[in-house]
Design a protein around this ligand. Structure first.
Ligand code: GTP
Length: 599
């Protein structure tokens, strides 16, 4: 296809505003999928996506559409995920497009992520087409929502705002026409040296790494030596192709096209998302800007529940490739054996990875309580040194610490006015400082400055619950700031259990320590002898319980015995007490969940 007949675009929206439904509708109305191949939601194919009903990973599809002018246009669209944890994926798809459809639910209206994604698209210089969806819904109030969209930005004041129902198909052909009329065709030149953005990648057991490309300049055929510019990795590809919507091999990709290249590389780390692909014999002068690498918000240990850490290693390597926002290093634990320390965009991301390990690789894992990264400034002999700590086990001893910094984020929350009081209360409990409060046509937007540790695990669910489902949020990472945090160590039967250590704000330590030891009383598998369990901060035990022994209860087992016999039995049982070696304590997932719940 000649460049002037190509349009590359993304669909951006708040979660559940209908991106996948619109994508399906577009595919149906263009020459992409025939009726037989259709399943309910073609695009959300990963099984976790079906299970949660949300899009996790961006997808790319090529469609052909014959417009009113009689020309056949190639429409490449990239569907983007909408959950709070996944805005990183959104920015990747935007870098590969010239335009974006901003889809807004005509009933729910503009939400925190609508605003965030709109700003991201603008910052990437994209043409934004505003579209109100779900106008068939009885709760739709398109006039009100249109006013909210117009208030986003001066460019929206005069924009044409389309009204559609992705469900019934009403108005969708207008969207197709607007894409062709308003989104610019790609600009690059076919005659320049090859310059392509790797905007995503995937691992195939037989083919190795498959890189998703957006060609900005030049052209690409099979059989040529290609170069990934970041590490000067060379390879010869024997397959290139497009997404239609499944991968379809083709002869050639040209400037403006979106497609894939089978690299044949078996080491997932050699292909970095954001890298520039060029020709080895005729390289482009300058690499594309790429992306800032994703910054993990939470870290957690992942360990195989049973047996083989090799299988887990292979699976993690593939997931890291498939999901460039996931980071992963090996970790050794006294109790849990060898596993990985992984960085995630948030708690939901962690849950998705657990489920993908189960669904796609058949591996069940144990995950430790997540933590945020800390910057620890040392004193004494090591004064002036700063250590980056991504796990509680390497958190320095308190005697060595000058001060600690933790990451903060800006949290933008949108909500109806009726939820404001409860949301403010929650944000204050979560150590948030209000920095901005705006009110635009029944859309309340409150912005908070908050420690990431307070929002990374459960804040989103709490927010949903205090606002009866109406509040939505968007998180933007900000800088590290000093924080008064301490490490809590758990001792079971006088032995420290490393895997159970965690870091939290000093003021919360006494309460959490109490709650936790009481939860551990029921979560740690019992032994024949009682096990004292303590939560220790800076050498001082803040809380203690005894995990009761596993035994026939001599006192109440119904048999008639004399008191002295009962006492003799109890004495014998307590004589069985033995100090447990640290490594033979068994830790089921419920133990780590207890830490999370207490926090
Ligand atoms: P994520 O992928 O999770 O970000 O969601 P999404 O934006 O892709 O939303 P999705 O297409 O999955 O739609 C969310 C819900 O809205 C589904 O239950 C759809 O059936 C429904 N929906 C989508 N479009 C319309 C519409 O035009 N009218 C009505 N009434 N419902 C719609």
């Amino acid at each position: 296809t000649q460049q002037q007949y190509i349009r590359n675009f993304s669909i951006i929206a708040h979660i559940d505003h209908g991106k996948s439904t619109l994508a399906d509708r577009i595919m149906e109305m263009t020459e992409t999928v025939d009726e037989r191949e259709r399943t309910d939601q073609l695009l959300d194919s990963m099984s976790v996506e079906r299970a949660h009903g949300v899009t996790v990973k961006s997808r790319t599809v090529r469609n052909y559409y014959t417009a009113d002018d009689g020309h056949r246009y190639e429409l490449n669209f990239i569907d983007t995920p909408g959950h709070v944890d996944f805005s990183y994926e959104v920015s990747k798809s935007l870098a590969a497009s010239e335009g974006a459809i901003l889809l807004v639910d005509a009933a729910q209206g503009v939400q925190a992520q609508t605003v965030a994604n709109f700003r991201l698209a603008k910052a990437n210089g994209l043409t934004v087409l505003p579209v109100l969806n779900k106008i068939d819904s009885p709760n739709a109030d398109p006039d009100r929502v249109e006013r909210q969209v117009r208030a986003l930005d001066p460019s929206m004041e005069t924009a044409k705002i389309m009204r559609i129902s992705a469900k019934t198909g009403e108005g969708v052909s207008e969207v197709l026409a607007a894409i062709i009329r308003q989104i610019p065709a790609p600009q690059g030149s076919r005659d320049q040296p090859l310059k392509a953005l790797v905007f995503d990648s995937q691992y195939d057991t037989y083919k190795g790494v498959i890189a998703y490309l957006r060609l900005f300049d030049g052209h690409l055929e099979t059989g040529r030596t290609l170069r990934l510019m970041a590490n000067s990795t060379n390879f010869v590809s024997d397959e290139i192709g497009t997404f239609a919507p499944s991968m379809q091999a083709c002869e050639q990709l040209e400037a403006g096209d979106v497609g894939y290249v089978v690299t044949g590389l078996k080491d997932p780390t050699q292909v970095r998302v954001g890298d520039t692909l060029t020709l080895d014999s005729q390289p482009t002068q300058r690499a594309l800007p790429g992306y800032a690498p994703a910054q993990p918000m939470v870290y957690a240990g992942i360990f195989p529940k049973s047996g083989d850490s090799k299988e887990l290693a292979a699976a993690m390597a593939k997931l890291v490739l498939n999901d460039s926002s996931l980071t992963c290093e090996s970790e050794q634990s006294d109790v849990l054996g060898s596993g990985f320390r992984c960085g995630f965009l948030g708690a939901f991301h962690l849950q998705i990875i657990r489920e993908r390990l189960h669904d796609e690789f058949g591996i069940d894992v144990l995950t430790t309580a997540p933590n945020v990264p800390y910057r620890v400034h040392l004193r004494g002999a090591k004064a002036g040194q700063v250590v980056e700590v991504d796990r509680p086990t390497t958190f320095p001893d308190y005697s060595e610490i000058d001060y600690v910094e933790e990451p903060f984020a800006r949290v933008d929350i949108s909500m109806p006015g009726s939820a404001l009081n409860d949301v403010m209360k929650l944000a204050e409990q979560s150590k948030g400082t209000l920095v901005d409060l705006g009110d635009d046509d029944q859309l309340l937007l409150a912005s908070y400055h908050m420690p990431v540790s307070e929002i990374a695990y459960d804040f989103f669910n709490k927010l949903k619950s205090v606002s009866h489902g109406y509040a939505t949020m968007n998180v933007t990472m900000e800088d590290f700031e000093p924080a008064d945090v301490v490490k809590v160590e758990i001792y079971i039967n006088y032995a420290r259990v490393d895997a159970l250590s965690f870091v939290l704000h000093r003021e919360d330590a006494p309460r959490v320590a109490q709650e936790l030891v009481h939860k551990l009383k029921y979560a740690v598998p019992r032994r024949l002898y009682p096990m004292p369990t303590q939560a220790v901060v800076e050498g001082r035990a803040l809380a203690r319980v005894d995990i009761p022994p596993l035994r026939k209860n001599a006192a109440v087992n119904g048999e008639k015995r004399s008191t002295s016999k009962k006492q003799a039995l109890l004495r014998r049982q307590s004589a069985n007490k033995r100090a447990a070696a640290q490594s033979d304590i068994e830790l089921p997932q419920s133990v780590f969940n207890a830490i999370l719940e207490a926090e």
